[in-house]
Each structure stands twice: as structure tokens, then as C-alpha cells.
Unconditional design. Structure first.
Length: 305
């Protein structure tokens, strides 16, 4: 694991996340995590090929998956399918605790037959963006118990693989029932358009990016552009751009000794004061205070990603 990016969601140019795996040789990330409003990993829209599973240990949190917000309480688990746009939300001013498990589905693909029969039918199905296990679900307790065993074995690739197969077996059993819930999952063909605009912002954020330019990157109108951003991330395109720039500021503050003036230039802000004002809006502290906080050992544990 690269500790320099703990607490940050790092993306490729196409907007997909670069998962900070526990072992570079094995595509799995497990953490006994926590979160609260305004942490750097809250409300950061991203996607990846990996399966993401989160079980809530304490408190209340939520996940947005393809624009739909799903509340999660103690004992609940959410499984986010491959390549879905998602992010975590902490709606209450208190700490939520959970176990997160991110793993690439290739771990399950020991043969072509297994891949085609047991894996592809789920990860390639546009009608399964997520599966939520709550008190109404038969397998909720079994999934939760398995998730709670993961932090202690995070570096044992055989044990992690075995647990993933056990979780996937439950997921497969649930899928048949889950697809019958017509109101729960509806695939949206506009998702790729939104991903195109996310990618454009991730590449062009250092420049003078306008609403017209963001919409033009996907060949759509400004009104549809606004509509898609509000649907998927709950904010306007320009607000998303500012939030993206501030997350880049956080990356530089955490991982480099660069001055605030240098960081402002690198992240597309016209001056330190404007950068600081915008950063405070999203993270509720100044860039200087943020840097001091993350250089000081934290008593509440390490970050999510």
C-alpha cells in the first residue's frame, strides 16, 4: 500500500480510480475505516473495475451509486458492481465506522468457464449497479459476519481469496431475487456521457474551464450537462470542477512540500486567497490547517483510501 495517498481517491485520466491495493501483486484493498462530513474521501465520484463492498459497523452513512442515494445503518452492507459511478456520504455530524473491501473480479476467474458462468453474468449486467443487504434480506447477517473477518487477514492472499468466493456465492444467490425489484435498479445509458465529462474535467482542470466547454466535451447542451451532474453527483458542473481542484490541492498538501502559491498555480486557481476560500468551503479548514492536521498522528485511525 502507498501510504502517501491514504485518505485520497486518485484517478486516471479517464476518471477511473487507481485503487491503493494492500499488496501491489494482489488486487485487494481491505480497511477498517471511518468517515465523517467533509473528509477528503467524501462525495468524490469515481468508478473502477473492482467490486466494492462496505459493511457499516457503527453510525449512519450513505452511498451514491449512479446518482441514487442509499442509506446504510449498522449491520447493512452494500456491494457496488464493477464500473459504476459511486461515492460515500456522511449525512450526520458524527463518525461512521465500517469495513471496506475492494477487490478485482479477476480474482474469481480461475478458468474461462467459471468467468462466463459465475462472474460475467453479474459484472457485465447493466441492471445490477449495486446490491444492498439490509434487515429485509435473507443473507444480510452472513455477509456482515464475513466482512468483519477481513481486516485481520488483509495480507493473507489465500484467505482473502477464499472469503471473496464465499461472499460471491451469497451475491449470486441474492441476484435472482434482486433483479425482480423493478424499482431498485434501472440502467441509465447516459452514464457514459457523464463519464466523458468527468474525464474532461480531470484532464483540463488546470485551465479556464467553462460550462460550455464541459458540455461540449460530450456534445450535449449546457442544460443537459447541468442535469446529468445534478443526477449523478448532486452538484453543478462548476461546483464539481471546484471540488475536483480542491481535492488536487489536498493531494499536494499531503504528499509534497510545495508552497501554497505553487499549489494554486498547479491546480488552476487564480491566487492563494481564492484557493484557500474555495478549499475551506469544501473541507471546512484552511489549506495550512489541513497540512498540519495530516502531518500530525491521528488518534481516530487512518483514512478510507
Amino acid at each position: 500500500m502507498n501510504r502517501d495517498v491514504m485518505g485520497l481517491i486518485v484517478k486516471r485520466d479517464d476518471g477511473s480510480e487507481i485503487v491503493n491495493y494492500d499488496d501491489p501483486a494482489f488486487p485487494s484493498y481491505i480497511y477498517d475505516g471511518w468517515g465523517k462530513p467533509r473528509v477528503t474521501w467524501e462525495k468524490v465520484p469515481h468508478f473502477h473495475e473492482d467490486i466494492e463492498i462496505v459493511s457499516v459497523k457503527e453510525g449512519h452513512m450513505a452511498y451514491s451509486v449512479n446518482g441514487k442515494t442509499l442509506d446504510l445503518f449498522k449491520g447493512d452492507t452494500i456491494v457496488v458492481n464493477s464500473n459504476q459511478i459511486h461515492y460515500s456520504i456522511y449525512p450526520e455530524d458524527c463518525v461512521a465506522k465500517y469495513v471496506i473491501f475492494i477487490i478485482h473480479p479477476s480474482v474469481l476467474m480461475s478458468s474461462v468457464a467459471l468467468e462466463m458462468q459465475a462472474v460475467r453474468p453479474i459484472i457485465d449486467n447493466p441492471d445490477i449497479p449495486y446490491i444492498r443487504f439490509r434487515s429485509i434480506n435473507e443473507y444480510t447477517e452472513d455477509v456482515y459476519k464475513l466482512m468483519m473477518t477481513l481486516p485481520d487477514i488483509r495480507h493473507d492472499v489465500f484467505q482473502v481469496t477464499m472469503k471473496f468466493f464465499m461472499l460471491w456465492d451469497i451475491i449470486r444467490k441474492q441476484v435472482g431475487h434482486y433483479l425482480n425489484l423493478a424499482e431498485e435498479n434501472v440502467s441509465d445509458p447516459r452514464m457514459q456521457i457523464f463519464k466523458t465529462m468527468m474525464r474532461h474535467i480531470s484532464v483540463a482542470y488546470k485551465g479556464n474551464v467553462t460550462l460550455s466547454e464541459i458540455a461540449g466535451s460530450a456534445n450535449i447542451s449546457k442544460s443537459l450537462c447541468n442535469s446529468l451532474f445534478n443526477q449523478y453527483v448532486g452538484e453543478s458542473p462548476i461546483s464539481y470542477l471546484m471540488h475536483f481542484r480542491c481535492r488536487k490541492v489536498a493531494e499536494y498538501l499531503r504528499s509534497t512540500p510545495k508552497t501554497l502559491t505553487e499549489i494554486a498555480i498547479l491546480t488552476g486557481f487564480n491566487g492563494v486567497s481564492y484557493m484557500a476560500e474555495t478549499f475551506r468551503k469544501f473541507f471546512d479548514c484552511s489549506p495550512r490547517d489541513y497540512r498540519k492536521t495530516w502531518k500530525t498522528p491521528r488518534g481516530t485511525g487512518e483514512a478510507l483510501k
